[in-house]
Ligand binder design. Sequence first.
Ligand code: TYD
Ligand code: MG
Length: 452
Amino acid sequence: MAKALPQFTCTACGATHRKWSGRCDACGAWNTIIEEAPLSSGPGTRVTKGRSIALSTLADAEAPPPRSGSGLAELDRVLGGGLVAASAILVGGDPGIGKSTLLLQATASFARKGLKCLYISGEEAAAQVRLRAARLGLSDAPVQLGAETNLRDILSTLDTERPDLVVIDSIQTMWLDTIDSAPGSVSQVRASAHELVSFAKKRGVSVIIVGHVTKEGQIAGPRVVEHMVDTVLYFEGERGHQFRILRAVKNRFGPADEIGVFEMTGAGLAEVANPSALFLSERGTPAPGSVVFAGIEGTRPMLTEIQALVAPSPLGTPRRTVVGLDSARLSTILAVLEARCGIPFAGMDVFLNVAGGMRVHEPAADLAIACALLSAREDVALPPETVVFGEISLSGALRAVSQTENRLKEAQKLGFCAALAPCLVKPAAIAGIELKEMPDLAQVVGQVFGAG
Ligand code: TYD
Ligand code: MG
């Protein structure tokens, strides 16, 4: 038999390569490729005939999966309406963002609702977890606690205990004795996750797996196991801000892109039921450079404040600093403003920020970004109590976006009285909101800022 060639794997995305290189072609990360022992080609090559499997039709009646609510409304919504039995869920996030806190609170809530819950910590000693539980006021919740990293022992325990839910914190600390590499390596993480997911399916136990997002290439990140699980949630937030967003990026049992908003307090994570009000709470009087964007996050409308600052630059290459938005988006909008509206930003530093540590991914934020930039550059505040949304195409035209009515309703609920938006295909009228429809960016520049 030919000798298996060495294999190189990216620790960030799990892509395999034939040879080492400094940058992974699949995900673009630097210094994340490591050499791994080749996978064994398995025992003997004698071909045996398989048995035929039972097939069914698509029309077979199927009841919706039973779900258990945790009582934490933000978490239940992100899960698609509660925890589905026998599902595998991955919760990824930067170290220290609050994953252990969130999951301890979630486990306690599920346990109080009558589910048999196990919390296995591979990172902290049982005493540490107990201390945290005491601080969060969860000591009385009927959660069974274990501190272990040997997955074989954990699986045997699960087999005898048969819980409804088990939390594994974190997958990077788990190891299987059958794999000959260190915990946290791609092969350990992948094999451990595989064991846990197949256990979940076979025994009807829901498994929540915690995975740290890693910047350096020593430890495999959660992307390595994304494809194995039913649901992938990312817990994100900016350091220094108290807001945390739980975002569903994949969900076999519910809508993806749904978010839950939490606030990190001295006593753990508190749910934020009305995020728009919270994100706008620190907004003062209308100031140049500040624009309220009426966005949609998952199934919910959400208002956020986009702030821009434009100042003459002392540098040859002016600074472009973006927080909470995609920097490629900023470059595109600056180019459209320059080419289609004749407003140059050369020689100026541009800073763009979403208030409150929120991250905005929607293309509908384009017009709000452009308005914030224009408002900062011209030193003119937008008319008060105005929300903005719309996508900008490279020609400078404004494109209609989805769910206009929901955006306007949310704005009206929070006391706004005007909206700047693209021309609508389907008229939407909300009492109390004056809708200013704009065909292109040049019109916005002329009519709202009187420039161009
Ligand atoms: P943790 O859940 O340990 O993060 P992770 O598991 O993602 O690594 O959270 C750690 C941070 O949360 C820590 O910096 C302190 C903060 N924190 C609070 O602010 N309040 C609290 O009640 C708790 C438990 C943690
Ligand atoms: Mg932790």
